[in-house]
Design a protein around this ligand. Sequence first.
Ligand code: HEM
Length: 516
Amino acid sequence: MNYVEEAASYLPPQIRDLSVSLFNYAQDRDGRKSILGYAATAALSYYVGRTVYNIFIPPRKLRHIPRASSSAMILSMMKGSSPSERAREIVMPIIEEHGICLKYQLGKWTVIIADYDELKPFLKNINTFPKKLMVFSTDFDIASHPNILGTNNEVWKRQRKAANPAFHRSMPIATFGGVMETMFKTIQTDNIQYPDLASFNRRFALDCIGLGGFSFDMGSVADSNSEYSAIYNEAFEIMKDPIQFLFPSFSKLPASWFAYRQRVVVAGGKFKQLLVGIVETRKQEVLKNLESGHDQKLLDMDLLTMLIHANLNQDGSSTYLTDGELISNLGVFYVAGHETTANALSSMLYYLAVNPKHQQRLREEVISVMGDTPEDVIPTDEQLRQMKFLDRCIKETMRINPPTSGNQLRTAAEDTTLGNFFIPKGTDLGMDIWITHHLEKYWKDSDYFNPSRFDQESPDYVDSTWMPFGYGERICIGMNFSLAEQRVFHAMFIRKYEYSLSPNSEHVNGMLNGTL
Ligand code: HEM
């Protein structure tokens, strides 16, 4: 290893390859090559220097907005504090005093909103505050066509209208229960004293989207290395790339320069082919049904079949999806619904593990509705509706530890105001759900896990807005799907197991916040 490689070994692997190539190029004393190498190194240094300046100094037009100090944020990260600790210590006091706070994130100074007084007008007014349309990474080709998550105005309205019915019919409870039964079998077969439930939950949520949405089995619960889940995991790995998160323009450099990004491109291509195959097969089935006059009832259709009907509606209907949009939305449902639901499941297991009284109360409720026979039972929709304490535990979990820390960024389409502050056109804005759910003026003892906050009969009841899925017209389309998954999971799990935190758990001294 030469000294450049040794120095580079301290860098994150993503930029290590690039730095080593550039320095080695510059080392070459052979004329032109060397000049190009130094020029490229200088360009990289300028880029890094400019980014560092921007991290500390907001643009002039935003300096009137109270801001979270970037040095405080960096120090706090270096101390190893969690995102929620940073939110509480640095951002929350500013929100409490001024209603909004300016913070550097994702490569830009962004106005953070968390108090309901500012949140409601902000989220309701989708014309003044449309979504900021950003391509996170060009490596991620699956969602390259317009989709519900990443469009505004008429294109978004048409797609959302086409997909809404699929998410507002009764949910595939029995399918989710079937995935749960497979999970029990796998846990028993693996015969591990402390199964890694966070990993199981990710596998559960993945299979629920595949089977519940498209009747397609990713086979992840039965085998963590199943062919499809391996492709999926590799393709979606890019969503966690810290470099593209902090330096979005890094994704403009060709993926072929970086081995890890190239792997994502290949896996993404395979995953897209998989989705295309699923859609094509189903389209043929739907067409055959239509030709033979077999009128499939709305209730019998899964999400994909309903979306394919919307896809076939391209002539003469205002609620259609093009071929590209259909695939793009399927990809988006995986991204939006997988880790989020898995996080919610894991968080609730944690809160019930450390609150055995609540765990026991929930078990008693579930058994009172589903009985106590030794075999596994899948709850019915009607039974789930009777489990009020289950719903309260789910809601309290998603309040205290929301699975997504914020919503998608918005941008001010015109000069406007929020609270007492002028917001110039072009400003980025985002919601901080964790802070919203911990503001003491709305949620007393906000760090305390108390499901009774959602019980209207209880003195602890709080008449405040719960927003883990957002609010207004752009509220999460998959909310009912995810809540149904969570209900089935916990009802079946708690009926079968008593659980506590493993002594080796990294959460023994408190939940390490895994919020996205
Ligand atoms: C615990 C699970 C989930 C949480 C916490 C969650 C949370 C959210 C949040 C906060 C938003 C953004 C709202 C905004 O920008 O104002 C959102 C949007 C969205 N979510 Fe979810 N989500 C979950 C599960 C799902 C699932 C299962 C799916 C699909 C199968 C899904 C699909 C979407 C889509 C398509 C949007 C964009 C909606 C639009 O802009 O019209 N989500 N979600």
